[in-house]
Ligand binder design. Sequence first.
Ligand code: SDC
Ligand code: MN
Ligand code: MN
Ligand code: MN
Length: 321
Amino acid sequence: HRHHHLSAGIIGAPFSKGQPRDGVDRGPDAIRAAGLLLKLQQQGCAVKDYGNLEFEDVFEDAPVGRVKRARAVGGANQRLSEAVRAVKRDGHTSVMLGGDHSLAIGSIHGHAAAVGELGVVWVDAHADINTPLTTPTGNIHGQPMSYLLRELQSKIPVLPNFSWIKACVSAKDVVYIGLRDVDPEEHFILKTLGVKMFSMSQVDQLGVAKVMEETCDYLSAKVKKPIHLSYDIDAIDPSVTPATGTPVVGGLTYREGVYITEHLCQTGLLSAVDLVEVNPLRGHGEDGVTSTVDTAVALLLGCFGRLREGNHSSNYRLPEP
Ligand SMILES: N[C@@H](CSCCS(N)(=O)=O)C(=O)O
Ligand SMILES: [Mn+2]
Ligand SMILES: [Mn+2]
Ligand SMILES: [Mn+2]
């Protein structure tokens, strides 16, 4: 019989050009320094560290229409896509440590290149689905889903270093959890495409357990597909995770955040995870950074089988005198 061990392939993506604030490129090393890999191993997860990706500097990167830093973002994500595809080919669950959320372009693209049709669970205060023509800021970390959804491609203009991207996700295969700061144009897109979403209102109304039950039933209604979990740390309430670029009050509790990962792990369908937008230069001092990074680690441990009731290895036997 086959062992159903969990196995994580870790990719650090120290990248910040999807948004204007310095520091989010330090996320991967901050999460490593908090002991993620050792803790994963200690809970019985096999771990392979693929290191941090190196992104080439782009010197001339003038805005294209509203879109800022497109050449840097496009190039970084092309590299990330290849890296995630390789991790999946090696048989691991991919763990991408960000870096800003524009990195979901490469992570989901590479995951889909490896496994085909997949379901996306997007845990975030924001929808990150502005198009290049609706973005209010020009920051691509607010746009990644628009480049990935097949239904939006007629609304996407040509951008430098973006031509390699092949839209690979269908609107019916996406579920949002934690929304509380959605632009009007994004809301129009979500409603028009009929995207399934559990905003913080639904989290309050249903409770996180029902949200997760409905999320998994919805994604597996027709056929069970591998799940890509794209977790923006700003989904969690800023009282817990202040060290991030776009904090929004009224977020998920630590407990709700962990429940989401525990539930997805037990489906056995979790195939790739992004943990993005941890910025050690934000927050209010060391305590805020520590709380943010430790929460990120806890969320990832939940993805790989850690339970709050405790765990023990299958071959454990009580010592005898
Ligand atoms: N909706 C705004 C803010 S998006 C915030 C991006 S993230 N990745 O969720 O922090 C925009 O498009 O710039
Ligand atoms: Mn065995
Ligand atoms: Mn966000
Ligand atoms: Mn986001």
